[in-house]
Design a protein around this ligand. Structure first.
Ligand SMILES: Cc1cc2nc3c(=O)[nH]c(=O)nc-3n(C[C@H](O)[C@H](O)[C@H](O)COP(=O)(O)OP(=O)(O)OC[C@H]3O[C@@H](n4cnc5c(N)ncnc54)[C@H](O)[C@@H]3O)c2cc1C
Length: 447
């Protein structure tokens, strides 16, 4: 299909029907699904919100918006969300305390962490509390998708965002469907939840990630690892330049992986080195029978992806759409943990979108701006820059020696067991969200 012709027809049709592009007629009705005006205009499919990307951010966003009565289309270029999972899926205590995740989609709790210096000296840390759980990501995505659909969101797998076209007060979302045919949806709002290299950000003319690390890991099921669930963290500037290598086991799954700056290492080769190293360290600790056990094992899955570490982006929203999760640069620049940020930012953004699209409510969308979050990223960004420069194993060794001393040992515990996660939105923004329902239409908050 010729896009130009397609849009010409669509625009003419819109003009003919003199429809108000704001589309209030669709979204104002409680729990109503998007409409397909096949008879009057074969080209006008309408939704209140189109959510691009069905990772954890997009899935959660689609559900929250659909539960608020908006007509939502959730789409992803993938057919099956369980395919091509790219995260280890470690959820930290603070996330588990704030968000309900189904227990059957989470592994046993992890309280033990061992940190290895470049010279492989272990520092063992134990928390009195359950600190982490490794998510079973494929069932978790399916579960979240089920909830979004039950809430009324329409699901479009194998749909890829190709572009956006802005009409007077609505947006045409250009998609390709599984047969490669073009599909166009008219919407009031677009959510970019499409990850680090967000196409939505580009088309919405919002900021894009410029700084990221790559992570790659193998998942083993059936390797007999003794002892309590444990996260092994290896510091090694060759195998993980600017980041860490890890072996995380919870009694059921063993994840062995590494991450680092793409310009400074070759991930696949580094992963082979990490697998060897993990085998050696786990055997030395008596957790597996021999160092060759990992070499002989066949990974059930391989996961890889890019994680933004430049801190939250500045231009996150416009009246046409906004960004969440990795697309918004939400992961912690220091730890590269992105699951907590995607849940927290999505919850906030969903509230702002509902207010923005509900007649009679004032919009605080302009407050959804990086300047309201970036101050809380300053120390993490500074630590990231410092760690990026530490490419000498001897310096990291000295740092690790320091971590064994009492005052710094506290810092190590804070890093692994602290309450740090995505910062709460500033009070000003929280208050604005809380107040929107009672504020007169047209009022704006100062940002
Ligand atoms: C190897 C690795 C390990 C990690 N481990 C952890 C961890 O243990 N704990 C933690 O907190 N964080 C971890 N992270 C980070 C965390 O996984 C991410 O921050 C989080 O998954 C981001 O979720 P998201 O929904 O924002 O984006 P994504 O999960 O990237 O979802 C984006 C979705 O958009 C779809 N998409 C992209 N482009 C298009 C398009 N044009 N059209 C249609 N669909 C599109 C993709 O198919 C994808 O499904 C890890 C990351 C990596 C790479």
């Amino acid at each position: 299909m010729d896009y130009a012709l397609h849009y010409k027809e669509l625009r003419e049709s819109v003009a003919r029907n003199a429809v108000d592009g704001a589309g209030h007629e669709v979204g104002a009705t409680e729990g109503r699904r998007g409409t397909h005006h096949r008879n009057e205009d074969a080209l006008t499919e309408r939704q209140d919100v189109v959510v691009i990307g069905a990772g954890l951010s997009g899935l959660r966003m689609a559900r929250l918006l659909a539960e608020s009565g908006l007509a939502v289309l959730l789409l992803d270029r993938k057919m099956d969300l369980g395919q091509g999972v790219h995260t280890t899926g470690i959820f930290v205590r603070r996330t588990l305390g704030s968000f309900h995740l189904p227990p059957e989609c989470l592994g046993p709790a992890v309280r033990h962490v061992t940190l290895y210096s470049p010279a492989r000296r272990p520092l063992r840390l134990i928390s009195p509390r359950d600190e982490f759980r490794i998510g079973r990501m494929a069932p978790l995505y399916e579960h979240e998708l089920g909830r979004a659909r039950t809430a009324g969101a329409e699901w479009a797998p194998r749909h890829r965002l190709e572009g956006l076209e802005f009409l007077r007060s609505s947006t045409l979302v250009k998609l390709t469907d599984p047969e490669g045919a073009h599909r166009v949806v008219r919407t009031r709002f677009v959510v970019g939840a499409d990850g680090t290299f967000s196409t939505a950000a580009r088309h919405l003319d919002l900021d894009r990630n410029r700084d990221w690390i790559v992570g790659v890991e193998e998942v083993f099921r059936g390797v007999d690892v003794q002892g309590p669930p444990r996260l092994h963290v290896m510091l090694d500037p060759q195998l993980a330049p600017g980041y860490i290598a890890w072996a995380a086991h919870d009694g059921h799954e063993l994840h062995v992986g590494t991450g680092g700056h793409p310009s400074r290492f070759e991930p696949d080769r580094a992963l082979r080195g990490v697998r060897e190293l993990a085998g050696e360290l786990l055997a030395r600790e008596g957790l597996i029978s021999s160092r060759n056990e990992l070499d002989r094992a066949h990974p059930s899955e391989r996961r890889a992806g890019a994680i933004p570490v430049g801190g939250i982006l500045t231009r996150l929203s416009s009246p046409r759409g906004l960004l969440v999760g990795d697309a918004a640069g939400a992961p912690s620049p220091l730890t590269a943990g992105g699951l907590d940020p995607c849940l927290r930012l999505t919850a906030l953004a969903a509230q702002l979108i509902v207010d923005h699209l509900t007649p009679g409510r004032a919009s605080s969308l302009c407050a959804y701006h990086g300047r309201n979050f970036r101050p809380r990223f300053v120390s993490r960004l500074a630590m990231r820059r410092l760690y990026d420069r530490l490419d000498d194993p001897r310096l990291i060794e000295v740092m690790c020696l320091g971590l064994r001393m009492l005052p710094l040992r506290f810092a190590a515990r804070q890093l692994f067991f602290g309450d740090g996660s995505f910062p709460e939105p500033p009070a000003e923004l929280r208050d604005a969200v809380a107040a929107t329902a009672s504020r007169p239409v047209g009022a704006t908050i100062r940002t």
